[in-house]
Design a protein around this ligand. Structure first.
Ligand SMILES: Cc1ncc(COP(=O)(O)O)c(C=O)c1O
Length: 401
């Protein structure tokens, strides 16, 4: 019981419910990389970021087990105390190599990395002034959180709009405070790719440090799965999406690593990742470079779905990756489409404001190597039914996954 505040929280929740924006947790039971079981029914999982199905890969499971038995299931302390087990160095060397950077640092999670690293990098007491931070307005919540934690004002440019970024940089070109540009490579709720070549060129031209969150590209896009962050000065990413397990990294210069060890609260005041998780990360990093065939399979599935969905009149935004939103508009419409897909044995999540801009509620689909062309074709059949006004109001059919 929370005296006084309880009724306010309750009123807030009721307000959300009235706007179809109230969220709830659903209990799921994963069957394998393709299928989840919910309340006794099996569904094809179209809402997982496990793009390469690595969370069920034997080698990840084996190395997690091996390292748990050898090192224990917990690390016992923060990295600066006694949690820096000798497994970190080998993982960080692999990450630095994958990202083509001199060094890397493993962190606890992607959210925590963005929240704590950006707060440390934008610290005005270290920089001597509040930095100028130019950020894509649709950046992930954790990036906005990091900026807020630093107490800086973001100069937000229109999503993916290098011309608008240029305009903002021009307006500030005579301001000699340190400059940063902050963007995702692949946008998590949109599946589109930032104009990174142009943004990297602007960073050089305006002497700005480019920070790229490569969460949804690492492992699944780019040559050998290295992601799309080649032009970045600092790359942040996670092991929780295509790499199948958990944890995060930042890659950049040796000075950056050393600075974060000394200044990043999320590293200093948090227990080091557990050895079994480190085992899964280590095995995933070994597998990633040789998974071209899987990456091609996933890209083909997404392209097949987009072509079919467009032919049916659906809007998939600017998606060009394994993440494909089906934009419905109002929250109720997105919820309805999600329900419709579930009725046909596909699990997909409706994403509503504030996660996406108002009026663009959507069902976010994510294709993985566990899906097949026939999954995509059956999904399109269901969407063809849902697109027809007569059928859209008919009761949903139950299909096995
Ligand atoms: C772009 C981006 N950055 C960071 C995160 C957070 O990563 P994690 O799930 O490892 O906390 C996510 C996903 O949730 C994301 O989409």
């Amino acid at each position: 019981m929370m005296p006084g505040s309880e009724s306010r929280y309750q009123a807030f929740l009721e307000g959300l419910a009235r706007e179809s924006l109230r969220r709830k947790l659903t209990e799921v039971s994963p069957v394998d990389a393709r299928t989840i079981r919910v309340e006794g029914h099996d569904y094809v999982n179209l809402a997982s970021n496990d793009y390469l199905a690595l969370r069920f890969h034997r080698e990840l499971i084996e190395r997690a087990r091996e390292w748990a038995e050898r090192y224990g299931v917990g690390s016992g302390a923060s990295r600066l105390v006694t949690g820096n087990v000798d497994l970190f160095a080998r993982i960080e060397a692999k990450v630095a190599k994958l990202k083509g950077k001199p060094s890397a640092l493993v962190m606890a999670s992607g959210f925590q990395a963005n929240a704590a690293i950006l707060a440390a990098l934008f610290d005005r007491t270290v920089l001597g002034a509040e930095p100028l931070v130019f950020a894509d307005r649709l950046n992930h919540a954790s990036m906005h959180f990091g900026c807020k934690a630093a107490g800086i004002r973001e100069h937000r440019y229109r999503h993916g709009d290098a011309a608008h970024l240029t305009e903002l940089l021009n307006q500030n070109q005579h301001d000699n405070r340190p400059k940063f540009i902050l963007t995702e490579s692949v946008f998590s709720m949109h599946g589109d790719v930032a104009p990174l070549t142009e943004i990297a060129r602007l960073a050089r031209a305006y002497d700005a440090c480019l920070i790229v969150d490569d969460a949804h590209a690492t492992g699944i896009l780019g040559e050998g799965g290295r992601g799309l962050s080649d032009g970045a000065d600092i790359v942040i990413g996670t092991f929780s999406k295509a790499l199948g397990s958990f944890g995060a990294y930042v890659a950049g210069s040796a000075t950056l690593r050393d600075y974060l060890i000394n200044r990043c609260s999320g590293l200093i005041y948090s227990t080091a990742l557990p050895p079994p998780v480190l085992g899964a990360i280590d095995a995933a990093l070994d597998l990633i470079p040789s998974m071209d065939a899987d990456r091609i399979h996933v890209a083909r599935l997404a392209a097949r779905f987009r072509a079919g969905a467009h032919a049916l009149g659906y809007d998939t935004g600017a998606s060009a990756t394994q993440i494909v939103p089906v934009i419905a508009g109002a929250p109720e419409a997105a919820l309805q489409l999600g329900e419709r897909l579930r009725g046909a044995g596909f699990w997909a999540t409706a994403i509503r404001p504030p996660t996406v801009p108002k009026g663009t509620a959507r069902v976010r689909l994510a294709f993985t190597v566990a899906h097949s062309e026939s999954d995509v074709d059956r999904l399109l059949e269901v969407m063809a039914d849902a697109a027809s006004p007569a059928l859209a109001t008919a009761p949903a059919r139950a299909h096995p996954a």
